[in-house]
Design a protein around this ligand. Structure first.
Ligand SMILES: Nc1ncnc2c1ncn2[C@@H]1O[C@H](COP(=O)(O)OP(=O)(O)OP(=O)(O)O)[C@@H](O)[C@H]1O
Length: 257
């Protein structure tokens, strides 16, 4: 049992590619069980940040703590993370059920447990009737749901979703949003990136906006409105005001604690 208040803590996180600083001194605290939206223009540094949180990309500086553990010092902490990349790699030659068993095996889950968990997840995803069909024959929305199911097979406490609703039609997008809510209701912390601000307004407890690698603001939508002194603003208006070329809005971060 972990009694940390925050599931994810990024502490002065930095990433340089050669001379280019993609992520600059980023500090974020993500509350347990919350849905946290991480926004920014193309190239702002969102995927770079997520890759540092999964252990795929070594930070140039700073720390990533998952459930209080530094994932770069203690690899076990990475097992608490489920990750859906922006372009998920699926085992298209397997059936839905077989793929979940296979991924369960990669996490060292006993086969019987993986079978039960796979059936439960396929039910949750509305894919039970397609469990024995090949993934290559699935629609984009079904494939995206399979990627989420695979990320959840080991019951992670933290789920990282990189642009998970990209390219989905309204129905598939609705199903994925309902799934995200359900996962969070079950206590999993969800950290997501998206360019679709309606999704953020509907789902997110906390919003952070990154601009050119720098955190501009974080807080609830109400807190963001208050910090930018735009009491009736939509998230889109706030986003545009903070990420324009003039870069107004400063780097004042509104913390929810
Ligand atoms: N391996 C790399 N080498 C050099 N530069 C890189 C590398 N990966 C990313 N970058 C640069 O780092 C910056 C941040 O990229 P990143 O992919 O993190 O942005 P993003 O916010 O996820 O963008 P998008 O919304 O388009 O996915 C970009 O300028 C990108 O070109």
């Amino acid at each position: 049992m972990n009694d940390q208040k925050y599931s994810i803590e990024l502490l002065n996180l930095k990433k340089r590619y050669g001379d280019f600083e993609a992520v600059h001194d980023l500090t974020l605290h993500v509350k347990k069980g919350s849905i946290f939206a991480f926004l920014g223009n193309n190239g702002a540094g969102k995927t770079t940040t997520i890759k540092m949180m999964t252990g795929q990309l070594r930070p140039t500086g700073g720390k990533v703590h998952i459930l209080g553990q530094d994932i770069w010092e203690d690899r076990k902490a990475r097992k608490q993370v489920g990750y859906v990349p922006d372009t998920p790699l699926l085992h298209e030659g397997l059936t839905a059920r077989e793929m979940l068993w296979f991924v369960g095996g990669l996490y060292g889950i006993p086969l019987e447990t993986a079978r039960q968990r796979a059936d439960q997840l396929l039910g949750q995803m509305g894919l039970s009737e397609r469990a024995d069909d090949l993934i290559r024959d699935f629609s984009l929305g079904m494939k995206r749901k399979m990627a989420i199911a695979a990320a959840l097979i080991h019951k992670p406490e933290v789920l990282l979703l990189d642009e998970v609703t990209n390219g989905l039609d309204p129905r598939a997008s609705r199903e994925v949003k309902e799934l995200i809510k359900e996962v969070a209701r079950e206590g999993c912390t969800v950290f997501l990136t998206t360019h679709i601000l309606d999704i953020v307004e509907e789902l997110a407890d906390t919003i952070a906006i990154l601009h050119k690698g720098q955190l501009k603001i974080q807080g609830t939508l109400e807190e963001l409105r208050s910090v930018v002194e735009m009491p009736n603003a939509t998230l889109e208006q706030i986003f545009l005001s903070l990420t324009g070329e003039e870069g107004q809005g400063g780097s004042q971060a509104c913390q929810t604690s």
